[in-house]
Design a protein around this ligand. Structure first.
Ligand SMILES: C[S@@+](CC[C@H](N)C(=O)[O-])C[C@H]1O[C@@H](n2cnc3c(N)ncnc32)[C@H](O)[C@@H]1O
Length: 274
């Protein structure tokens, strides 16, 4: 186990979180973080369940060194504003507890930390160790926990808010992940998820299609990751529509479900309350 990772077992004595978040399935995750084999890409956006999980974990392990750079290049650095917008919907106050699920390299930590202040608690859950490692190296201000969105290593009713950025599209079972998020929220807790969306305007859709289906894989190709970056537009096309995602939130128990379109409808932020 690399140094620094063992220290991520989160000791939360006396808090609403688990006293110790044991990083389960460590060996399984480590094996899954092995580099992608060239023949391990059977149209990944078409696979489901365990197969999808394993694929997604390998994919993010593979692109983790260039993830932040690509994110900024693809979004013209606007991704920071989109997260800040989403956090602005959460009505957080200093001292609140937050969980960022599918946290990757931890970019939600900055706006969350601004909202909850130094006394607030932020835990970031991701099942891809190399993504968490990148976040640790760049000094993300959250407590990382290796874990699956469909089986969160968090106590029920332990946080005021949950955020997810570009994560739900990747989970193996959307309704299970949403029920888990609902479970860990305190009564009255708030949830936001930010993800790609298919724009309603045909013209914007055409421009977005060009950008995401052609330019993004080309950019990824510069880092030798063309296949991995082909997953992004394909998985977006197959992801739930705004309405279907709102329905899935409501089915998981969320109330006051609504959404905001950003960036000409290419990005959508959903919010729901427990
Ligand atoms: C596109 S990245 C988004 C990272 C981060 N939320 C952000 O805003 O930049 C998706 C992340 O979700 C993680 N992920 C995907 N499926 C997951 C699951 N079932 N459980 C935990 N993490 C998952 C991946 O490892 C990856 O780090």
């Amino acid at each position: 186990m690399p140094r620094g990772v063992a220290a991520w077992e989160i000791s939360r004595a006396g808090t609403g979180f688990h006293k110790v978040l044991k990083l389960r399935n460590e060996r399984r995750y480590d094996r899954a973080d092995a580099p992608m084999a060239r023949d391990a890409t059977p149209a990944p956006w078409t696979v489901a369940g365990e197969e999808k999980q394993a694929y997604v974990r390998r994919l993010f392990a593979d692109i983790s060194p260039t993830y932040d750079l690509m994110n900024s290049a693809m979004s013209l650095r606007l991704h920071h504003r989109w997260r800040a917008f989403a956090v602005g919907l959460l009505d957080l106050k200093p001292g609140d507890a937050a969980a960022d699920i599918c946290c990757g390299t931890g970019d939600f930590a900055r706006p969350l930390r601004r909202a909850v202040g130094p006394s607030g608690r932020i835990v970031g859950v991701d099942f891809c160790r190399p993504m968490l490692e990148r976040g640790r190296k760049k000094g993300m201000r959250l407590q990382p926990a290796l874990g699956d969105a469909c089986r969160l290593p968090l106590r029920s009713a332990s946080v005021e808010c949950v955020t997810v950025g570009w994560g739900l599209r990747n989970v193996s079972d959307l309704s299970v992940a949403l029920r888990e998020i609902y479970r860990v929220l305190k009564p009255g807790g708030r949830f936001v998820t930010v993800d790609m969306a298919v724009p309603r305007s045909a013209a914007v859709r055409a421009a977005g299609g060009l950008l995401f289906h052609r330019l993004v894989p080309l950019l990824g190709g510069l880092f030798g990751k063309r296949e991995a970056y082909a997953y992004l537009p394909k998985s977006t096309d197959r992801f739930a529509t705004r309405e279907a995602l709102a329905d899935a939130l409501a089915a998981a128990g969320f109330e006051n479900v609504h959404w905001h379109d950003l960036f000409f409808g290419n990005i959508c932020v959903h919010r729901g309350d427990k």
